[in-house]
Design a protein around this ligand. Structure first.
Ligand code: SF4
Length: 434
C-alpha cells in the first residue's frame, strides 16, 4: 500500500485551496489520502500566521508529534514566517514549505522517506503561483476555488500577509478562464475567485484587464452559474466594479468587505487608505442597486491608541451597515509589521470587553438579518447530504447555510426553497411550490 497523507488546514480559503493543490500533487505522485491523522504516515500542517493564537496552536500541534514515527511537515504562512527556525525548534519536522512553493510538496515528502529534510521558502519575486499543469484534488464537487491573484502590496500596518505571502501577483486571465472552463466541464456550478485583494486584480499583467473585466469574461462561461470572490479591499472597489457586481446576474449577492474599524483616525493608523464615509458610500451604492446584498466584514478591536470613542464609531458602523456576520478579533502585534514597533497600549481586559460588546451588537443584527429570510423564496445550491437526518445542505447566493428535508437527487442542483425558520447561522426551508 502506498504511504498515506493527511493535511490539516488552518486559516483562510486561500489555505484551504492550497491544501487542495497539495493533495492533487501528492495523489499524482502515487501517495494516498488518509481519512484521519491516525491512519496517515505523513502529516502536513498547512498553517496561518495572521494571528498569534493559530501560530501557537501550530507549535503545540507539532509538539504532539514529537514521539511519533510519522513524517511531519509544515506548509503555509507559519512555515514562511519561521523558516529554518521552525526546524531548529522542532527537529522532528521533516519539511518546511512556504505558500509560494506548494508544488514542491511531492519532492519534499519523497525526500523525507529517504531521511532527508527540505526547506522551500524562497519567494522569487512575482512568479505565478498557480500552475494549470498540476492536478487539484478538490473537496467539494459543486463549488470550486480559483486563485486569481496572490500576495499583497498594501502593507496595512498590523498585517503580516505581505511578509509571508509575498508581493502581489495576478494570474493571466487566459489561465483563469481555462481553469473555469475545465471546472464547468467537470460539472462545477459555482466558482469562488480567491486573492488577498481581488479588487486590484490585473496589476502588473501585460494584458489590459481589471477585476470587473475578469468578472465579465468569466460570466460568459456556460455551466458556471454562480460567481463569488474573496477578499475585497474597500480602497479598490471602483465604480466599474460596483457596476459589474450589481448587474452581472451570475455574480452572487454576497460581499465580504473588511472595514477593520469605524474610526477614520484608526483607519489612517492602520494604513487602510479609505475613510468611513468612502466605505459607507460603496455599501450604499451596492444596496441602492435594487437587489438584496449580504455583507460581512472583519474588525480589529483594541488597535494601539483606540479610544472608547473610536470603538463606538466601529459599533455605529456595524449598526449602520447591518452585516449578516462579522469576524472580529482583538489586536495583537505581528512580527515584521509597522504597528509591531508601537506600544500595544490597550490593556487586554479592555480589548476583551470591547470584543464582547461588539459581538453582542453583531449577534443581535445577525439574528435580525437571519429572521428576515423567513417567508422568502431563495435559490439554494445543494452540496451535501446528511444521511442520518435525511437533510440536504446548501447555500443561498448570499452564502447562508440552508437545511432542507429531501433526497440526494438534488445534490448539485440549484433549487428554489421557501425559508420557514431561521437560526443565527442557519436557515431551514422546504421545496418551493409544495
Ligand atoms: S490588504 Fe491589508 S489586511 Fe489585507 S492582506 Fe493586504 S496587508 Fe493584510
Amino acid at each position: 500500500m502506498a504511504p498515506r497523507f493527511f493535511i490539516k488546514t488552518f486559516g483562510c480559503q486561500m489555505n484551504e485551496h492550497d491544501s487542495e493543490k497539495m493533495a492533487g500533487v501528492l495523489l499524482s505522485c502515487g501517495f494516498e489520502r488518509a481519512e484521519s491523522e491516525k491512519e496517515a504516515e505523513v502529516i502536513i500542517l498547512n498553517t496561518c500566521a495572521v494571528r498569534e493564537k493559530p501560530v501557537n496552536k501550530v507549535y503545540s500541534e507539532l509538539g504532539r508529534f514529537k514521539k511519533t514515527d510519522k513524517i511531519v511537515g509544515v506548509c503555509g504562512c507559519v512555515a514562511q514566517k519561521e523558516k529554518k527556525r521552525l526546524m531548529e525548534r522542532m527537529p522532528h519536522v521533516k519539511f518546511v514549505i512556504g505558500p509560494r512553493n506548494i508544488y514542491k510538496i511531492g519532492e519534499a515528502v519523497s525526500k523525507a522517506f529517504e531521511g532527508k529534510k527540505s526547506l522551500f521558502v524562497e519567494q522569487n519575486g512575482r512568479c505565478p503561483i498557480t500552475d494549470l499543469s498540476y492536478p487539484v484534488s478538490r473537496n467539494n464537487p459543486y463549488r470550486a476555488y480559483i486563485t486569481i491573484m496572490e500576495g499583497c502590496d498594501n502593507f496595512c500596518s498590523y498585517c503580516i500577509v505581505p511578509f509571508v505571502r509575498g508581493r502581489e501577483v495576478s494570474r493571466p486571465s487566459r489561465d483563469i478562464l481555462e481553469e473555469a472552463r475545465r471546472l464547468a466541464d467537470e460539472g462545477y456550478r459555482e466558482i469562488t475567485l480567491l486573492g488577498q485583494n481581488v479588487n486590484s486584480y490585473g496589476k502588473g499583467l501585460e494584458e489590459k484587464i481589471d477585476f470587473a473585466k475578469l468578472l465579465e469574461k468569466l460570466h460568459e462561461i456556460d455551466g458556471i452559474e454562480w460567481i463569488r470572490f474573496i477578499t475585497s479591499h474597500p480602497k479598490d472597489f471602483s465604480e466599474r466594479l460596483i457596476e459589474a457586481v450589481t448587474t452581472l446576474p451570475k455574480v452572487c449577492e454576497y460581499i465580504h468587505l473588511p472595514a477593520q474599524s469605524g474610526s477614520d483616525r484608526i483607519l489612517e493608523l492602520m494604513n487602510r487608505k479609505y475613510t468611513r464615509q468612502k466605505y459607507l458610500e460603496i455599501i450604499e451604492k451596492i444596496k441602492g442597486a435594487g437587489k438584496y446584498f449580504a455583507f460581512t466584514s472583519d474588525f480589529i478591536v483594541g488597535f494601539p491608541t483606540e479610544t472608547e470613542e473610536d470603538f463606538e464609531m466601529t459599533l455605529d458602523l456595524i449598526k449602520e451597515v447591518e452585516y449578516e456576520g462579522v469576524f472580529a478579533f482583538v489586536y495583537n502585534p505581528r512580527e515584521f509589521t509597522k504597528a509591531c514597533s508601537w506600544e500595544d497600549d490597550i490593556p487586554l481586559q479592555v480589548k476583551k470587553e470591547r470584543l464582547k460588546r461588539l459581538l453582542e451588537v453583531q449577534d443581535e443584527i445577525t439574528q435580525k438579518m437571519s429572521k428576515s429570510y423567513i417567508g422568502r423564496v431563495v435559490d439554494v445550491l445543494f452540496e451535501d447530504f446528511d444521511e442520518e437526518n435525511g437533510e440536504l445542505l446548501g447555500r443561498t447566493r448570499t452564502f447562508k447555510m440552508v437545511k432542507v428535508k429531501g433526497d440526494k437527487s438534488h445534490l448539485g442542483n440549484i433549487v428554489k426553497i421557501k425559508i420557514t425558520d431561521a437560526k443565527m447561522y442557519e436557515l431551514r426551508g422546504e421545496m418551493a411550490g409544495r
